[in-house]
Design a protein around this ligand. Structure first.
Ligand SMILES: Cc1cc2nc3c(=O)[nH]c(=O)nc-3n(C[C@H](O)[C@H](O)[C@H](O)COP(=O)(O)O)c2cc1C
Ligand code: SF4
Length: 368
């Protein structure tokens, strides 16, 4: 049996294997961000399907940080009892679950939040609509909000938290010179652009203790002109590892970036899989904490190779598990056919209409 299927630990969290369900917005929460039975059923199916760790969909830590409709929330204590039901169901199925803590910043639609988005920097050309640039005090309040959310996650039974600093949302905006044009201690050099992240790590650690698993998902690069470079991302990764992080999940691209979408669709050969593997290898040389690779992994052979040769410690997937929540069990049982996901991103559609995400391609195939 390959190392992929062996048990492992991240801090004090014991995992059954090296497979992670990468954070995936399901569009299944209530309009207020509460857990629903549909979301619990989806999580239970994933937990029974063999992944060692589920990372929740991005969960908004403050109301003004909501990115998408029917998104899960952790912005108030009243949400904790519902979240408890979800973690209990996952634990009963023998799996672990980490909450992804998120704030959408510039990409928090006013029609959802009722207020202008907050941003790292407000500058001409950012938007035709009003934006609120965070003051130094606002940043301190934001750091505290991440720590409060981590406390709620822990009381709701989550096994850890993951800070969302990828894909162009608020903490990704701070890292990116495109969005972050601040002249104070939170802008300019990468040490300054990563300052809020280091403060969030320290605040969460102080709030939940040294044993509670603390992860981050960050861009290895923005893949956009003047965006976060690999060189700067590596420096940020080292700073965060030194600050007490337990693992880094590597992703890349911005919601607005030109390369994000093309690189994520049509993954139909082993060569197109694991599309951040070059950046991963640069991280592996410098970063001493466990790395989780996400992005286009579709075959067990590719996954096994990446773990066996030490390129990554964990394999994370999102879309393949929307189509086949039991993919990991299937591979483990000896059915090693590649994931059936076509990487066409059609699953987003029903989520945006209120029905929750599902594999639309599979529906099409059934009706053919
Ligand atoms: C429907 C959908 C929702 C997603 N939601 C999130 C999210 O909440 N947080 C996040 O960090 N990434 C999110 N992603 C990105 C995935 O976690 C993952 O990084 C990306 O899809 C590439 O991995 P894959 O090829 O295994 O799908 C989402 C992707 C999809 C398809
Ligand atoms: S709709 Fe497409 S991208 Fe989404 S799970 Fe199905 S095959 Fe994969």
């Amino acid at each position: 049996m390959s190392r992929l299927f062996e048990s492992s630990d991240i801090n004090d969290m014991k995992l059954a294997n090296h497979f992670v369900r990468s954070a995936t917005w399901e569009g299944m929460a209530s309009p207020e961000g509460e857990v629903t039975q549909k979301l619990i059923n989806t999580m239970t199916a994933l937990a029974r399907g063999g992944v060692g760790l589920i990372i929740s969909g991005h969960t908004y830590i403050r109301q003004e940080g909501q990115a998408s409709p029917w998104q899960l929330g952790v912005y108030k204590d009243a949400l904790v009892p519902g979240l408890c039901k979800m973690t209990e169901a996952v634990h009963e199925a023998g799996c672990k679950i980490v909450m992804q803590l998120a704030h959408a910043g510039h990409f928090a639609p006013e029609n959802l939040t009722g207020q202008p988005p907050v941003v790292a920097s407000n500058y001409e050309g950012l938007s035709l609509k009003p934006r609120k640039e965070l003051t130094a005090q606002d940043i301190q309040d934001m750091v505290a909000a991440f720590a409060d959310a981590a406390i709620r996650a822990r009381s709701a039974g989550f096994d850890g938290v993951q800070i969302h600093a990828a894909h162009g949302y608020l903490l990704s905006q701070f890292l990116s010179p495109i969005f972050n044009r601040r002249g104070d201690g939170y802008g300019g050099s990468i040490q300054n652009r990563a300052r809020i992240h280091v403060e969030v790590v320290h605040a969460i650690r102080k709030a939940v203790g040294k044993d509670f698993p603390l992860l981050i998902k960050m861009n290895c690069q923005d893949f956009a002109e003047n965006g976060l470079s690999l060189e700067d991302s590596l420096i940020a990764g080292e700073l965060l590892a030194d600050a007490g992080l337990d693992a880094i999940e590597l992703s890349g691209g911005l919601l607005t970036g030109k390369k994000l979408s093309p690189s994520r669709i049509g993954i139909n050969s082993a060569e197109k899989e694991a599309y951040f593997r070059e950046e991963l290898s640069a991280f592996k040389k410098k970063i001493r904490i466990p790395l989780i690779l996400v992005g286009g992994i579709r075959s067990v052979e590719v996954a096994e190779q990446l773990v066996a040769d030490g390129s990554t410690d964990y394999i994370a997937m999102s879309r393949p598990l929307i189509r086949e929540p039991d993919l990991v069990s299937r591979w483990k049982s000896g059915d090693r056919r590649r994931a059936e996901c076509k990487s066409d991103n059609l699953c987003f559609g029903p989520g945006l209409e209120g029905g929750g995400i599902y594999c639309v391609s599979l529906e099409h195939e059934k009706t053919k």
